[in-house]
Design a protein around this ligand. Structure first.
Ligand SMILES: Nc1ncnc2c1ncn2[C@@H]1O[C@H](COP(=O)(O)OP(=O)(O)O)[C@@H](O)[C@H]1O
Ligand SMILES: [Mg+2]
Length: 184
């Protein structure tokens, strides 16, 4: 199926899940992530602030802060690029565009990214690491350019599909975590 239609179908499904169910599934997903060796051993975490019906990430940010990891979150800086900013506490996150919690802090030292674990949002995933975003290619460009050491996508089972047809610029991710399973 073409990317646009597949995105719409899955976003619609995700939006229709009750909020409480999404929350409970998010807690399971966060727990699976935090238990991974890759997470435990990563000192630098690039995370995202969830919007709309995305898997919630607050628990990850809190855990990373507590573990004294370096944690950075993205801001859209123009039509093609996101940039990551290091936060030192939840107070460094302020509601920005569409109420999204944005970092109001210093840009991350980008020489750290080659050692970082990047937590990637998305709309549709498959179990082989193919991923669709919202159709702007922000993460494809960022991953291709800065090559984080590990990339992990977070999704509900309902976001999995076998119908992703990747383009040549689409970047595969290493692991997908759902409420049921860790797909490597
Ligand atoms: N590395 C890249 N360099 C230049 N353009 C890119 C790159 N990656 C993606 N794009 C562009 O971004 C647009 C959106 O990419 P797409 O993969 O469809 O979105 P998403 O990954 O957000 O679902 C595409 O039109 C593509 O041309
Ligand atoms: Mg893409």
């Amino acid at each position: 199926m073409n990317k646009k239609n597949l995105r719409e179908i899955i976003i619609n499904k995700r939006d229709n899940e009750p909020k409480e169910e999404r929350h409970n599934k998010s807690l399971k997903i966060i727990k699976k992530l935090i238990n991974l060796d890759i997470y435990q051993s990563s000192k630098i975490i690039l995370c995202y602030s969830n919007i709309k019906s995305e898997v919630e990430t607050l628990g990850i940010i809190q855990n990373a802060l507590k573990q004294d990891k370096i944690i950075a979150l993205p801001k859209v800086i123009n039509d093609t690029e996101i940039a990551f900013y290091k936060i030192n506490s939840l107070n460094d996150l302020k509601p920005g565009y569409q109420g999204i919690l944005e970092p109001s802090s210093d840009q991350l030292d980008y020489s750290l990214i080659k050692d970082a674990l990047m937590i990637v949002p998305g709309t549709v995933f498959d179990t082989k690491g193919n991923r669709l975003g919202y159709g702007k290619g922000y993460y494809d460009r960022f991953i291709a350019k800065y090559k984080p050491k590990y990339t992990i996508g977070l999704a509900y089972e309902i976001q999995l599909s076998d119908e992703i047809i990747p383009d040549k610029f689409d970047q595969k991710i290493d692991i997908v975590i759902t409420e049921d399973k860790v797909y490597r």
